[in-house]
Design a protein. Structure first.
Lengths: 191, 191
DNA sequence: GGGGTTTTAGACTGTGGGACGAAAACCGTG
DNA sequence: CACGGTTTTCGTCCCACAGTCTAAAACCCC
């Protein structure tokens, strides 16, 4: 996330990755190879076994890792909606990952993995807009997330920017652990 | 699904599976080994690489396949909520699969993969109750699914059973392709 | 102090879904 | 054939929640 756009880390014309040689969990192998430090959210996506994958044949397991918007990380980051041509089906994987992220933003609290430790509603709104790809009302965003117990207000206010404006209240995510917050409106158990 | 309970196919004390030897997509290898015919829904779950998995070390990719309630299939089926002790982490996998199914029942039309071609609302209700693990109102189930365009009424009625009762209207799923029907209430794009 | 800007708060509205009750249509029995 | 028991169907009420709008609050710069 940078400049109001969702970005993805690339290694040339492909997604960065690691080869699994010794017995170890998939996630740790990837984390060791990428050296991104602790990621707030790290989630397995699909495993593909395309026989025509070059060279020879191999299995590939994709992962989705999220980095907070205020963290600067080295490497080549490309905007997700303006990807250069990628090798194999890597562009597909990026789109699938974005779809997964968008869905989870709506019914979980993954936002904590994209947002700084504390933030104003406007800042959070910009992050959600960039990730979701469509506009979001700041009023509704705050009300929805606070009512669900995802967001909580903390003391203090942020001084306005150059252009002026009322000082903004500060918020933070109540939990840093992934949790489902929307019990899928329909088909709920009766009370 | 049998006798109003969700069931899982077992092969002794483990989930049925196949070993991948030649280059081929994971799904086809599994389908060939299991010989269940065409499944209405077939979905990849998690891939695990536990070094302490016996014997030696191996990767394992779990899949979720759904069989309509009216189809009788050979093999040893066990109720999901009364599983015998299973090898490795297979019990975990079954529970994860059930969780996935329950979530998808709420925001997609996967129901088509569990239901017969045509059915009454009461029959569909029994299926949903078994899969979700909690009661569901027949009235609301019908209204919700019809309004979302998932269900449609078809001509004819089903004669009542031994106990009598009003003849039930027949329904079917509009589509047999997986589709997301609930756009995650919150954080929807403004109109 | 006035105009522009950003944030905050409140009220209104519409929709979707849970709960409830009554009517419809069937079976058995006497 | 009238009656009670059963299952399905239909309609209504009601509440929670999200989208919209408007106005007020609090700041900047000039």
């Amino acid at each position: 996330m940078r400049e109001r756009r969702l970005e993805v880390l690339l290694d040339g014309d492909r997604l960065p990755g690691a080869e699994l040689e010794r017995p170890e969990p998939l996630g740790t192998a990837l984390a060791r190879a990428l050296d991104l430090g602790r990621l707030a959210h790290f989630e397995q996506l699909e495993t593909r076994s395309d026989p025509d994958r070059a060279p020879g044949w191999q299995l590939a397991t994709a992962y989705l890792g999220l980095v907070p918007a205020d963290r600067e990380l080295p490497g080549a980051w490309a905007p997700v909606d303006e990807l250069p041509p990628l090798a194999d089906d890597h562009a597909d994987i990026v789109l699938a990952a974005r779809a997964r992220l968008r869905a989870k933003l709506s019914y979980t609290n993954v936002g904590f993995a994209l947002a700084p430790a504390t933030f104003t509603i406007s800042e959070l709104r910009r992050i959600y807009v960039a990730a979701l790809g469509h506009d979001v009302s700041a009023t509704n965003l705050q009300r929805v997330l606070v009512r669900r117990g995802v967001l909580e207000r903390i003391p203090g206010r942020r001084a306005p920017g150059r252009a002026g404006g009322r000082p903004a209240a500060l918020f933070r995510f109540v939990s840093q652990e992934l949790a489902i917050t929307d019990e899928f409106a329909a088909l709920r158990p009766p009370r």
